[in-house]
Ligand binder design. Structure first.
Ligand SMILES: *Cc1c(COP(=O)(O)O)cnc(C)c1O
Length: 395
């Protein structure tokens, strides 16, 4: 059965409501974000590039205000924020844009990056650039000294994510930024999972290019941004998409005003409640872990125990097959790994990169807790998982 058939099938079933613990794949739109967006889908529908009438002026004003607010949230200047369709496009623009003029050139990244970084890296490698993909420790962290050791005369760019989408680990972004700045190499950071969850400061962390995606922080899908450093140093990117010359010529195409307004609102809301929400999610996540550990045994935490997102838990269950376990949990929305790689067979490359034994890598589930996750849901989810694992182990 395909996923879309499964979806239609589901709608005919009854039973307890499903529980969503897959917030790394996407997050629900916050109702306050929707409220902020609606005027720009209704009366204020203008094209932000229309300079001859009030409809265009209103749209442009909304876009520029959103740009200011997003810039402020990452300690950037408004002119340094380029709107895109999401983090995939931002990553592609950053990587191809920075290496466009280097027919040779070298770039450095990490084995556990998102496919939206790894695939562009490999594409650049196929077209003549050199690529170094660094390994990570058992805890999932890249060694800054290994990055330093990988730099060469012709290295143009280092790309390391802020927070991992499978195991939630937080890479040492500030140390990597300092190293790159010192070496005169551009530093790109995919912050799709980090934005709104941990503080991001492109100045303090010396980030030159930063990718954001609104649907990861309770904003709408289909919109994101790329921060492009404007000075010290001024980053020069080659455009990937040509047309009306929007976004300083870097990304042509009519701006989705409502999505952009929603993105700014969503980022602000996330940052306003960040610390309270982080503490709440950490408590719920720890509760889930403690129940699994105490009532099951033979469970292993994947990724560093401390340096990780508060809402992430990635667990290997000894003696079960992850795919079978998922089937035994029809009302729990969790995943084996990245949604973007879920059609690829075999254990998650991220878990494989940790050096886990193959049977653990194939026996792991990713839990991603979020804003609407309640204590009752975590208790229910823990009970379902415990029951399912016991059944699988006994079978
Ligand atoms: C979700 C995600 C992306 C892709 O973002 P889209 O906006 O969906 O294109 C890229 N990198 C990471 C780390 C992600 O979690």
């Amino acid at each position: 059965m395909t996923s879309s058939q499964a979806g239609r099938e589901w709608d005919r079933k009854s039973g307890p409501s499903p529980i969503y613990l897959d917030h790394h794949a996407t997050t629900p739109l916050d109702p306050r974000v929707l409220d902020a967006m609606l005027p720009y889908l209704r009366e204020d529908f203008g094209n932000a590039a229309s300079t001859s009438h009030v409809f265009g002026w209103r749209a442009e004003a909304a876009v520029e205000e959103a740009r200011e607010r997003i810039a402020a949230a990452i300690s950037a200047r408004p002119a340094e924020v380029i709107f895109t369709s999401g983090a995939t496009e931002s990553n592609n623009l950053a990587l191809f844009g920075a290496l466009a003029n280097a027919s040779a050139g070298h770039l450095v990244s990490v084995e556990t990056e998102h496919v939206a970084v790894l695939d562009p890296c490999r594409q650049l490698e196929r077209s003549g650039r050199a690529l170094t993909l660094l390994p990570v420790s058992r805890a999932g962290l890249v060694d800054v000294n290994a990055i330093a050791g990988a730099l060469r005369e012709e290295t143009r760019l280092v790309s390391v994510m802020a927070a991992n989408n499978e195991i939630g680990v937080l890479q040492p972004v500030a140390a990597i930024g300092a190293l790159c700045h010192e070496a005169g190499v551009l530093f790109h950071c995919d912050a799709a999972q980090a934005a709104g969850r941990i503080p991001l400061d492109v100045q303090a962390s010396r980030i030159d290019l930063l990718s954001l995606s609104a649907h990861k922080f309770y904003g709408p899908k289909g919109v994101g941004a790329l921060y492009v450093r404007g000075r010290a140093p001024r980053v020069r990117l080659e455009a990937r998409q040509f047309g009306g010359g929007h976004e300083g010529g870097l990304r042509s195409g009519t701006l989705p005003v409502a999505q952009i307004v929603g993105m700014a609102k969503a980022l602000e809301l996330s940052l306003d409640q960040r610390e309270v929400e982080e503490a709440r999610l950490r408590d719920l996540r720890d509760l889930l872990w403690q129940r699994l550990e105490a009532e099951l045994g033979g469970v292993h935490l994947n990724g560093d125990a401390e340096l990780r997102l508060a809402g992430n838990l990635n667990v290997a269950f000894e003696g079960v097959d992850g795919a079978r376990l998922l089937l035994a949990l029809p009302r729990l929305a969790v995943s084996l790994g990245s949604a973007c790689a879920s059609s690829r067979p075999g254990p998650s490359p991220v878990l494989t990169a940790l050096g886990l034994p193959a049977e653990w890598a194939g026996a792991s589930l990713r839990f991603g807790l979020g804003r609407e996750t309640s204590r009752e849901e975590i208790e229910q989810a823990a009970s379902w998982v415990i029951e399912a694992v016991r059944r699988e182990r006994a079978s």
